[in-house]
Design a binder for this molecule. Structure first.
Ligand code: ADP
Ligand code: MG
Length: 343
């Protein structure tokens, strides 16, 4: 972290130069490559060089990232649709999990896109977050292990959840359902130092309804993905207002700790302008790495994968790896995770 208010172009350059993942500049946007390109074994072409890099990235267990002292619970929220909430949740989760951290993803969007990206069954009727919020089951009961790594667990969402906002309306403690489930789960878990879950990431639906409210009440931290596009800042005031309401009435411990710029297109001035504006407003809450717009990122869910495993040498994967590392290192550096425990 050097200059949080600096122009986004600088930020991107800095992030590219200072990581162990090397340069991410070579274009990989070939339509046929897929995951296999990264696993070529020739070393005298650009693709092969990237393949070597990809193998290095996949072989990530050689570098373990620091564990938080207590489980960090982050809600990924922004009521705008298509800003990269789900993509951010699953890719950060995979990146953290592949670096020795235990991660639980809670899919709270009836569309179940996070479940899809993590390759977890979410057909209607299968055990899901719906059964936790409205059926009294435990998170541990309905969590499945992702194929990516044993360190990555997911509580899927099914379309059953689509009615939850309405069903919750008449329930007792309707805003606290997820918080209670998370607290009960953590009660049963050892601390991170003893092998318990290090991170819980909650993927929200694109609304500020009761599901998102449950996520904000359940978490200590909020991560806001902001798309580097024209209307990116629209609705942010409403989002921050909701956060303030939640803090004053439902969960005083909630804090916006992280902002991530997504779908950054270095060819447009607009992306830079949006990035500048976001950095001017949120200061050092904004992660230094920026996630580039990269077709590999959008292809990965079609294969039930995150881009971290689908094409680990791609610019998108590298962006998310850098962002995840900064998230892991920041908390430890600031001691933010050493405060009293989640209720
Ligand atoms: N960095 C990126 N590059 C290219 N496409 C992306 C990127 N991030 C997200 N996408 C695509 O944009 C769409 C919206 O992203 P998504 O994560 O589903 O947003 P949200 O969960 O906020 O609705 C998806 O099709 C996703 O694959
Ligand atoms: Mg989503």
């Amino acid at each position: 972290m050097t200059e949080p208010h600096g122009p986004a172009t600088e930020a991107v350059d800095v992030s590219r130069e200072t990581t162990g993942y090397g340069s991410a500049d070579v274009s990989r946007e070939t339509p046929t490559g897929g995951a296999h390109v990264s696993r070529e074994t020739e070393f005298d072409t650009p693709i092969a060089r990237e393949a070597a890099q990809a193998v290095h990235v996949l072989n990530v267990r050689q570098e373990n990232w620091p564990k938080p002292q207590q489980t960090r619970v982050l809600t990924v929220a922004n009521q705008k649709g298509g800003v990269g909430k789900t993509t951010t949740t699953v890719n950060l989760a995979a990146a953290l999990a592949l670096h020795g951290l235990r991660v639980l993803v809670i899919d709270l969007d009836p569309q179940g896109n996070a479940s899809t990206a993590l390759g977890i069954d979410h057909t209607v009727g299968s055990p899901s977050i719906y059964d936790v919020i409205l059926g009294g089951r435990t998170l541990a009961d309905v969590a499945s292990t992702s194929d990516t790594t044993d360190n990555l667990l997911c509580v899927p969402a099914t379309l059953d959840l689509a009615g939850a906002d309405i069903e919750l309306t008449s329930q007792v403690a309707r805003e606290y359902r997820l918080q209670r489930a998370v607290a009960a789960f953590l009660d049963q878990e050892p601390s991170p130092a003893d092998g318990g879950v290090d991170y819980i990431l909650i993927d929200c639906p694109p609304s500020l309804g009761l599901l998102t409210l449950n996520a904000l009440v359940a978490a200590r931290e909020m991560l806001i993905p902001i798309q580097c596009e024209y209307y990116a800042l629209e609705g942010l005031a409403q989002l921050l207002n909701t956060v303030e309401l939640v803090k004053s009435h439902l969960n005083p411990k909630l804090a916006v700790t992280t902002v991530l710029l997504t779908m950054y297109d270095s060819r447009t001035r607009l992306a830079d302008q949006v990035a500048d504006e976001v950095r001017a407003h949120f200061g050092k809450l904004v992660l230094e790495p920026v996630i580039p717009r990269n077709v590999r990122v959008s292809e990965a869910p079609g294969f039930g994968q995150t881009v971290i495993t689908y094409d680990p040498g791609s610019r998108g994967a590298i962006g998310y790896l850098q962002a995840a590392r900064e998230i892991a290192e920041r908390a430890v550096a600031s001691g933010a995770d050493a405060e009293e425990t989640q209720q």
